[in-house]
Design a protein around this ligand. Structure first.
Ligand SMILES: [Fe+2]
Ligand SMILES: [Fe+2]
Length: 207
């Protein structure tokens, strides 16, 4: 029986635009590529978490949380690779997606704005991943659907951690943070809504 996974309310309320149905249709037809890119995304999520440890080692709460997050994302990476092996999907190198590249480009370089932007971009990526897992899980073969249903709860938690650290670690007032969140949400929504020539886990509307 297909899993029933509504998008968590906080995630649906946060994102500016839902994933277009066209992306979901495409993903179901291109499962091996989706899994391959998903595995890469988990690896990048682990590496992003480690990046905070290197850049901000003096921030104890942040460092402890990011260390745990990196381990959790690596577990996800291992799980996706196991599923790929079971399905006989070879692991290949994939070019980086437009989504992550564009979001990385808007991160400011001066502190504390750099830390704020890195945390907010992390929150956006986690929120979008969670939304896509929720939406695609009911359409997937049983075992994969259950796996994705399990992942979405982790990504919802990761989203909450990133947002909480953005508010607690940067010494920037809430109004300014809210304004920045709105700017980044608009950029993210365009990446999801605009036609995208490439298919990836975070790609836009299929061109
Ligand atoms: Fe993950
Ligand atoms: Fe995550």
């Amino acid at each position: 029986m297909a899993v029933d996974t509504p998008v968590p309310e906080n995630i649906a309320a946060f994102l500016d635009t839902p994933t277009p149905d066209g992306w979901l249709d495409e993903a179901c037809e291109r499962l091996p590529e989706m899994l391959l890119d998903h595995a890469n995304c988990e690896l990048k999520a682990a590496s992003t978490a480690l990046g905070f440890l290197y850049r901000y080692p003096e921030r104890t709460a942040l460092a402890q949380r990011m260390s745990r997050l990196a381990r959790e994302e690596l577990r996800h990476f291992e799980q996706v690779r196991s599923i790929m092996s079971e399905m006989d999907i070879p692991f290949e190198r994939l070019s980086a997606s437009r989504y992550a590249g564009r979001l990385r480009d808007v991160v400011r370089t001066d502190e504390p704005y750099k830390l704020l932007d890195l945390l907010l971009v992390g929150a956006l990526i986690e929120a979008r991943s969670c939304e896509r897992f929720a939406k695609i899980a009911p359409r997937l073969p049983d075992r994969l659907g259950r796996f994705y249903a399990g992942l979405l709860a982790s990504e919802a938690r990761h989203f909450e951690h990133y947002i909480a650290f953005a508010r607690s670690e940067c010494d920037i007032d809430d109004a300014e943070i809210d304004e920045r969140i709105d700017d980044l949400l608009a950029i993210e929504a365009a990446l999801i809504d605009e036609p995208d020539a490439e298919f990836r886990f975070h790609s836009g509307r299929p061109a």
